[in-house]
Design a protein around this ligand. Structure first.
Ligand SMILES: Cc1ncc(COP(=O)(O)O)c(C=O)c1O
Length: 372
């Protein structure tokens, strides 16, 4: 039987086991503890923000960010459709409506030129997503937001340690949102964080994630809050991950460079663009398949790779095509040709620290050999 190469795999080879054991032995396993404090401090420092708050996962980090911005029923939020469904679902959690905007072919992120046209009287904010680790073009997006009095929340779930014009993602808007799911660059299995600067927003977000309790009066709840707190055990994993953040990024960058080299020149195979101002996070390596030139469709290539024991994943199905959203999107007359084209042609190749150079070569050869 051929060896199976997964699309992602967590690297827990540093101090992870020791820190988790330490948390367990200390019996600080809920949401109070030294690791939570250390994680929040270090992650804020890493992102270049004044504060970071640990939460249960990236989806709830998004929800917390939208609650903090006081998103209400009937409001609209501009989002890309080429994203993980949580970006839109959390808008719906608030009773608000996501309005989908096409992506820019040069970044695969929400297109600043198209955002302004989608603004209505009900629009309250926008959520640019740094898709597959590449930052959205934040300056023009922030400009449109300022012009129309909108807030911006960055969905940085996939872009740990990425930079936009020298600044880290997560520090480029009112609130940044991260996921630490098992396939992410930094992981705690499940986990998330919001990053922010404004002390008033930090105060509100802290209350909302802690059941709404008044920080100065125990068991007094002036607002309806939530329990979105990260555990000390998850934070212990993240503290260990962050110690190795540079090494993790370096290994993944090397994998990206090798894929690019080994896959270069295959007719019909395209790569994720990198804007001149971007330093993307090397999350999951992306390729696009142009069926005519390659001789197989994206799904055809995935099937051949699966036969060879190589696990891949297709790009996200556009959210405006999914049952909970397609009727509303069609009623607004949304047409998102770049999103549809990318979603139909893109896939992610295996990307994780323990992937060896030989594995990369094997995957690349399997892609090359699949051409007809
Ligand atoms: C763009 C994006 N937003 C939000 C999330 C949600 O994060 P989580 O899976 O931790 O809930 C993810 C995914 O994992 C994501 O890729």
């Amino acid at each position: 039987m051929t060896r199976r190469i997964p699309v992602a795999s967590a690297d827990l080879s540093g101090a992870e086991e020791r820190y988790v054991l330490d948390a367990v032995r200390s019996s600080w396993i809920s949401s109070t503890g030294a690791y939570v404090e250390r994680f929040e401090r270090s992650f804020a420092e890493l992102c270049g923000t004044r504060s970071a708050l640990g939460v249960v996962n990236g989806t709830l980090a998004l929800h917390l960010a939208l609650l903090t911005m006081d998103l209400r029923p009937g409001d609209e939020v501009l989002v890309p459709s080429l994203t993980y469904v949580a970006t839109a679902n959390t808008v719906r959690y608030c009773g608000a409506e996501p309005v989908f905007v096409d992506v820019d072919p040069d970044t695969w992120c929400i297109d600043p030129a198209k955002v302004e046209r989608a603004v209505t009287r009900r629009t309250k904010g926008m959520i640019p997503v740094h898709l597959y680790g590449h930052p959205a073009d934040m300056d023009p997006l922030n400009h449109v937001a300022a012009t129309h009095g909108l807030w911006v929340v960055e969905d940085a779930a996939e872009s740990h340690l990425a930079r936009y014009r020298g600044r880290r993602t997560g520090s480029l808007a009112r609130i940044g949102v991260f996921s630490f799911y098992g396939n992410k660059l930094l992981t705690s299995g499940e986990g998330g964080a919001v990053t922010l600067d404004d002390p008033a927003l930090v105060h509100r977000a802290r209350m909302l994630k802690g059941q709404g309790m008044d920080p100065d009066r125990r068991y007094f709840f002036p607002i309806v809050g939530y329990n979105y707190r990260m555990t000390n055990v998850a934070a212990a994993l993240l503290c260990a991950q962050m110690e190795r953040a540079d090494a993790i990024v370096a290994r993944r960058r090397a994998i990206f460079a090798r894929y690019r080299e080994r896959l270069a020149g295959i007719p019909g195979i395209g790569f994720q663009p990198v804007a001149p101002w971007a330093e993307p996070a090397p999350w999951l390596f992306c390729v696009t398949v142009e069926e005519k030139a390659f001789g197989r469709s994206r799904d055809g290539l995935m099937a051949v790779l699966a036969e060879a024991g190589v696990e891949t994943r297709p790009f996200f199905i556009p959210v405006h095509r999914l049952p909970p959203y397609r009727r509303e999107s069609a009623a607004r007359g949304e047409e998102l040709p770049v999103t549809d084209r990318l979603a139909a042609s893109g896939l992610n190749l295996p990307t994780y620290n323990a992937l060896s150079d030989d594995d990369v070569d094997l995957v690349a050869e399997a892609v090359r050999g699949a051409r007809r």
